[in-house]
Ligand binder design. Structure first.
Ligand code: GDD
Length: 407
């Protein structure tokens, strides 16, 4: 892959947020050696296939899924590069039709045909709640069950990635209609993590366009309806500390993103759809220098956040206006709840909410979970393996011989 290396960034303490750069060439050929050169005024990095593959072998791709179409999920799976371990965390309905059985069936068939391995678990499985309680992540459990939400599914995926001994984790939504886009996102995750100069790194995807059909024509919209709101307030927050206006953050809501487990395990993640914007907030809170860091080793080092604009259009399921409004509120709520959110930004958010006729009191506070760094992975592994919905699909040769077990 040939990818533009950012030459500008903004700092918030130890956090280095790089300007958004572009994918230049999806496939840079087999002969190219790792290289960086300034071409036409921009720095171009060649990340050879072997370097991309070395990261993929150590990466888990978590696919959170909730009632998505079978054929769309199949397409998503087909786009995930071969050497990544797939972890599917489902919250799909089990009545009247057991959609989870359909999902695991297609995952097994896919793994069998492609000689791959995967893990799957259902979020509503009481055994999973039990496993989380036993490993020290009981705050994710409400009653007998794990709390619903995409952020929660991501944390479960990260715990499984760590328990499987991997080093990186990426997230890909299950409702993506374009397998080629999925493939590109994961290649970018790997290339970006390879280029990072620190073990604490994150790569966030900025789609080139999100196509929609309007009046019978295909229109390639640049921004999602939630993203521009979240970005605006995150950038205001950054400006209020640095004293200079900035628009560096373009990926406040990036559902497709990846990070090293070294970074992931130290972060606090928010539940639901507050999860992606809250990653920025938590990076700023923990490593921005505005308050003492619980991880001085990271604060003394560097956290690299890459933002990369991909080439494929992002074509996904449209879940309607109410869904988008809910997501916007969850995003904004994570900023309002932060102790580092200054009054000036809070007041801008209040004005925005008033202009949208949204009652401030109606905004839920985000649920935030403690870092999973202290989770007892052995206890989690032992318990999760015994739950009803847990599936560990081994890599088998066509002859049926098991080559590798995922967990
Ligand atoms: N396991 C699980 N549990 N999966 C879930 C849950 C849940 O509670 N809620 C949603 N998902 C799955 C969906 O099935 C889909 O695969 C993915 O998570 C994203 O959810 P969507 O409901 O499709 O979100 P979206 O497409 O509107 O928003 C996406 O893009 C936003 C950026 O514009 C998400 O990735 C957001 O997180 C992101 O901010």
């Amino acid at each position: 892959m040939r990818i533009e290396y950012p030459h500008r960034h903004e700092r918030f303490g130890a956090v280095r947020i790089h300007d958004t750069t572009q994918v230049i060439e999806l496939d840079s050929g087999l002969d190219g050696e790792e290289d960086e050169a300034t071409v036409q005024g921009r720095m171009v990095s060649l990340v050879p296939p072997a370097a991309v593959n070395a990261i993929e072998r150590r990466m888990v791709i978590v696919v959170p899924t909730k009632n998505e179409r079978r054929k769309v999920i199949e397409g998503v799976l087909s786009g995930i590069p071969h050497d990544c371990l797939i972890v599917m965390v489902s919250a799909s309905e089990r009545e009247p039709i057991d959609r989870y059985e359909i999902e695991t069936g297609l995952l097994e068939r896919f793994c069998h045909s492609a000689e791959r391995q995967a893990i799957a678990v259902h979020q509503d499985d009481p055994g999973l709640a039990d496993a989380l309680t036993h490993c020290g992540m009981g705050s994710m459990v409400d009653g007998d069950l794990v709390r619903r939400g995409k952020g929660e599914a991501m944390i479960i995926g990260m715990l499984l990635a760590a328990a499987a001994g991997k080093e990186h984790v990426g997230f890909i939504d299950a409702d993506n209609y374009v397998p080629g886009a999925v493939h590109e996102y994961v290649k970018v995750f790997a290339a970006g993590l390879h280029l990072a100069s620190t073990p604490y790194a994150m790569v966030r995807i900025s789609w080139q366009s999100k196509p929609k059909i309007e009046d019978g024509r295909l229109v390639f919209n640049r921004w999602g309806r939630t993203t521009h709101v979240t970005n605006r307030f995150l950038n205001l927050l950054l400006s209020s500390y640095n004293g200079f206006g900035t628009e560096v953050i373009r990926t406040g809501n990036a559902g497709e993103h990846a990070l090293t487990l070294e970074l992931a395990k130290r972060l606090r993640f928010a539940g639901g759809f507050a999860v992606e914007p809250y990653e920025f907030i938590d990076l700023f809170e923990q490593f921005g220098g505005a308050q003492p860091s619980p991880h001085p080793e990271v604060a003394r080092s560097l956290v690299d956040v890459f933002q990369v604009e991909t080439r494929n259009p992002h074509f996904h399921e449209d879940k309607g206006d109410d869904h988008v409004s809910g997501m916007r509120l969850e995003s904004v709520s994570s900023l309002l709840a932060s102790p580092i959110c200054p009054e000036s930004v809070e007041s801008e958010i209040r004005q925005f909410l008033a202009s949208e006729e949204i009652d401030l009191a109606a905004i839920p506070r985000p649920v935030v979970y403690p870092p999973w760094e202290t989770a007892e992975l052995d206890a989690f592994r032992d318990h999760v393996r015994k739950t009803d919905t847990f599936r560990a699909i081994a890599r088998r040769r066509a002859s049926g011989v098991v080559v590798e077990q995922p967990l």
